[in-house]
Design a protein around this ligand. Structure first.
Ligand code: BG6
Length: 521
């Protein structure tokens, strides 16, 4: 180890031992044949196992309808792991040990007999914890969440009452409802069979290192937090763009659209972390309390047609990174006259002391020029004297960019003198890059989330009142749309930064979008 690395290591303040305290137990995945299981969950579990982070002993049981043996399931998962593992090649010795803990339980989730079979698998010989500590992962259709928990409860596998020595938890995937009414109904149904503290609602953005780093960045440094308010910040831009189109997810997307798919969950969570007040402690409930307060301070929007605060968009055929891409309406299972939004841009205001009057511009879309998620904090310009008086708008204001993905890092943009005998000023950048500083190791969001759920830490999961607050905002926006068709100004060619109307949205308040660059600030 180099001396500088040793010094860096000495400066590390560890808030935990690096190893979560996880009890031995069984993880039961409903939807075991689905995409999420093969692409995300099993690779995450394999890496946790490889790093010695999974409880010992552990048992992972997949439940799905298709007829197959445990051996076949293991082989299928191995092939998918070869494809989706973040480390390659897959370590055969580790896999062989890991695979001995994988079991398949065939059955229809709607039939009680399936749960009897599951009980049989769970009661196989082994340490009692494998029967008593149960984590049920619902990677199923959202419409099945309530039914599965009902059956689990009927079969005596899930109980709301705390029983000594028994731990049972339910992890649910998004989307959690499709509006406030359905989310509340789902919550009511789930809490018939499981206590709120047993329910872990996933938002995989919260498992991303860079999203977790927002809290560290804000509350372990004194420099920026002092500037983090309406006195110094002019506005904030959050962009989550994706190169991919909707592809084979037409059925789901026709129901969801960008507002429900990305804004209601991932983006509002990022926004809450960026803008919330300091929590009283690092406990899950303290952090979640502050997020809820922030979400409740968002000024409700009614998106009138023509959109003064919200702009929708939909891509038509174009080129993304030099490759032709078909239009949204030509994607499989999408209606030819669909008005579902594949892009949304909003101007939000947070009506609290800290942020009063500061616009938060949000945009997310599919089929955009590049995939990037970033938060750009734009500081106020200098007073209009000296350089500003001479340069006018050409003197760039300072900006801080939190690059959530890719090229994870933080950049600060400020002005400096251009070397030479003439007097010239231009923006320069200071970069922190995760890869350069820490190496390329970045665990997948699902690794962190599975571990936290297992360790009973709910910090990275969404609480019921957060769900309510975000749907309240989203419902208001959708009501404003009231089935209005998209206008011409709301269509955009695949491979562009969204419709013209999105530019107008910022122009109304004298601002302009700053598009993510590979290393922008
Ligand atoms: C999912 C959305 O929740 O997040 C997808 O349903 C989207 O539409 C994905 O592509 C983006 O996640 P990430 O981690 O690739 O930014």
């Amino acid at each position: 180890m180099e001396i500088t690395e040793q010094l860096d290591e000495l400066m590390v303040c560890r808030l935990d031992s690096g190893q979560r305290k996880v009890q031995p137990g069984s993880l039961v995945i409903f939807g075991a044949s689905g995409d999420l299981t093969g692409r995300k969950l099993i690779p995450a579990l394999y890496h946790l196992f490889k790093d010695g982070q999974l409880p010992d002993p552990v048992r992972i049981i997949g439940v799905a309808r298709r007829e197959k043996s445990t051996e076949q399931w293991r082989q299928e998962l191995r092939a998918l792991l070869d494809q989706f593992s973040r480390t390659k090649p897959v370590d055969d010795t580790v896999w062989n040990r890991f695979a001995t803990g994988l079991f398949y339980c065939q059955g229809d989730q709607t039939e009680p007999a399936t749960y009897e079979r599951l009980k049989t698998v769970l009661s196989e010989p082994g340490v009692p914890a494998l029967r008593h500590n149960l984590l049920f992962y619902l990677a199923t259709l959202p419409s099945q969440f309530a039914e599965v928990t009902h059956h689990l409860s009927q079969a005596g596998l899930l109980s709301r009452e705390l029983q000594h020595g028994f731990r049972q938890k339910v992890v649910v995937e998004k989307p959690f409802g499709h509006d406030l009414v359905s989310a509340r109904k789902l919550n009511d149904e789930l809490t018939l069979y499981a206590h709120e503290r047993q329910i872990y609602r996933i938002d995989h953005y919260l498992g991303k290192e860079t999203v977790q780093n927002i809290l560290m960045f804000r509350f372990s440094n004194s420099l920026f937090e002092q500037l983090w308010n309406r006195q110094t910040i002019d506005h904030v831009q959050i962009t989550v763009s994706e190169k991919l189109g909707v592809g084979l997810r037409g059925v789901y997307y026709e129901e969801a659209g960008a507002l429900r798919d990305m804004f209601q969950n991932h983006i509002l969570q990022v926004l809450a972390l960026v803008a919330m007040e300091p929590p009283v402690s690092l406990e899950a409930e303290s952090i979640r309390d502050e997020k809820v307060k922030l979400l409740k301070s968002l000024r409700p929007i009614s998106a009138e047609p023509g959109g003064r605060q919200v702009v929708r968009g939909q891509y038509f055929a174009g080129q993304v990174a030099g490759q032709p891409m078909t239009g949204y309406r030509q994607e499989p299972k999408v209606r030819l006259d669909s008005h579902v939004e594949t892009f949304v841009a909003l101007r939000l205001y947070i009506d609290n002391w800290r942020w009063s009057g500061v616009p938060f511009y949000i945009r997310t879309g599919k089929a955009m020029p590049l995939s990037a998620s970033e938060v750009r904090v734009q500081f106020r310009p200098t007073p209009n004297v000296l350089f500003a008086a001479q340069c006018g708008p050409r003197l760039d204001a300072n900006a801080l960019t939190l690059r959530l993905q890719p090229n994870e890092g933080i950049s600060l943009r400020f002005n400096g003198k251009v070397p030479g005998t003439s007097l010239a000023v231009r923006p320069v950048r200071m970069h922190f890059s995760y890869n350069a500083e820490f190496g390329a190791y970045t665990p997948e969001a699902y690794e962190r989330l599975l571990l936290e759920a297992w360790a009973d830490d709910a910090t990275l999961f969404i609480r019921r009142d957060e769900v309510d607050a975000s749907w309240t905002l989203v419902d208001g926006i959708r009501q404003g749309w009231a089935d209005q068709p998209l206008t011409n100004r709301e269509f955009y060619a695949a491979g562009t930064w969204g419709p013209v109307a999105a530019d107008d949205l910022l122009a109304q308040t004298g601002h302009a979008w700053r598009n993510p660059q590979p290393m922008s600030a």
